[in-house]
Design a binder for this molecule. Structure first.
Ligand code: ACO
Length: 348
């Protein structure tokens, strides 16, 4: 049985910076409200045309491959996590495969929203452990700006999210005790509608409150209607308080699970890289665990919440800043829509 290690890390963020003040021209909000509730000061939005979830994933992947010392031809499996795919189908994995000129390797898309990267990493880890693949490219990328409601009606959601991409290369290692020690995945669909984008979708609105009327026809045409854009139901919905309450419990719980599994203590963590959901959530988790500031990585101030891309972007920046050293214990933890949550413990 092999152990897997992160052999290369890269990230890409679009050049377009939107400060909190810049959002005032679209909606009734304020820098003070956003910073106080979320800690976010600015975020990046991809070019409306020409820049996609896949293209950003490609940019991050090129850096990760270079840092791993391999080429696109060496990659033998792709795992792509996103909630903002270029197409309803096919997924971004095959688009990245095509764009990077990779061979006819497998490409898997993961739809676990903010937990997407941790889920993707866990799947990749299993493939490496069994010896099935030797160079897996794991990507988290989001172009969330394409689907948000930038009017005052959607401000509780749109001010939080940003665009960007991160990628890692996973390889087997024979160094004992090094690499991914364990991953832990969970879900609870009881609150599936508390953080969701209902359309396009085949549920046809049944069971959902305040959904629009459907076109009167026998078949088809139920993915999205003009009425849904008009009444706002085509945009992401979030019950912010429900998310907050659950997240601050599940983050520490799943970090604790990882530590217990490896007979480690909270004090053994050298760097916690939480999904950058909201600075207040991260601070609550930090306090619960009793971790000092220097052991918790945050860049949400500059990028907002980039969902599946947030952990790999943060990891890439932490690594570039020299905050991850040989032998360090690094913990990833995520919580998001579904609800889904998870953690990964890595000995660098
Ligand atoms: N600017 C100004 N006012 C706003 C904004 C905004 N962007 N958004 C909402 N408001 C207003 C509301 O309209 C409401 O006004 P009212 O009192 O006149 O009706 C008021 O602010 C309070 O609204 P709430 O929704 O109750 O605001 P709350 O204090 O709960 O804060 C927030 C909202 C920041 C979303 C909070 O619930 C939270 O932090 N939740 C966690 C959710 C989260 O972080 N999600 C991240 C994405 S999911 C994930 O990654 C896990």
């Amino acid at each position: 049985m092999f152990q897997s290690k992160i052999a290369g890390i890269g990230h890409y963020v679009p050049k377009n910076v939107y400060k909190n003040e810049d959002l005032l021209k679209f909606m009734d909000t304020s820098d003070a409200w956003i910073q106080e509730r979320t800690g976010i000061q600015e975020r990046r939005y991809a070019d409306r045309v020409g820049e996609t979830t896949t293209s950003m994933g490609v940019e991050a992947s090129k850096i990760a491959l270079e840092r791993a010392g391999i080429t696109a031809a060496d990659v033998d499996f792709i795992i792509f996590a996103t909630l903002s795919p270029d197409y309803y189908f096919p997924g971004c994995g095959v688009l990245l495969q095509r764009e990077m000129g990779m061979g006819e390797i497998g490409a898997l898309d993961i739809r676990n929203q903010c937990s997407g990267f941790v889920y993707a990493l866990s799947v990749a880890d299993q493939f490496i452990k069994t010896g099935m693949y030797k160079n897996i490219l794991v990507v988290g990328s989001e172009k969330q700006s394409f689907a948000m409601d930038f009017s005052t009606r959607g401000r509780n959601v749109s001010v939080i999210f940003g665009d960007g991409a991160g990628a890692v290369v996973l390889q087997p290692t024979e160094e004992a005790g090094k690499g991914i020690l364990s991953t832990h995945l969970h879900s609870d669909g009881a609150d599936a509608e508390k953080l969701a984008m209902y359309y396009p979708g085949a549920a046809a609105g049944f069971g959902l409150e305040n959904t629009p009327k459907w076109p009167e026809q026998e078949l088809g045409g139920m993915l999205m209607t003009a009425e849904m854009l008009e009444d706002g139901s085509a945009f992401p919905y979030m019950d912010g308080q429900a998310v907050f309450k659950k997240a601050v419990v599940k983050f520490p719980e799943v970090i604790g699970e990882a530590l217990r599994k490896n007979n480690l203590q909270t004090t053994d963590i050298d760097l916690l890289i939480p999904h950058q959901a909201n600075l207040r959530i991260s601070q609550f988790v930090q306090k619960t665990l009793g971790l000092p500031d220097e052991k918790v990585f945050s860049n949400i101030q500059r990028y907002g919440n980039t969902t599946a891309a947030s952990i790999p972007i943060a990891l890439s920046e932490a690594w570039q800043e020299g905050r991850i050293k040989d032998g360090n214990l690094v913990c990833f933890a995520a919580f998001g829509a579904g609800f889904t949550w998870g953690s990964a413990l890595i000995r660098w």
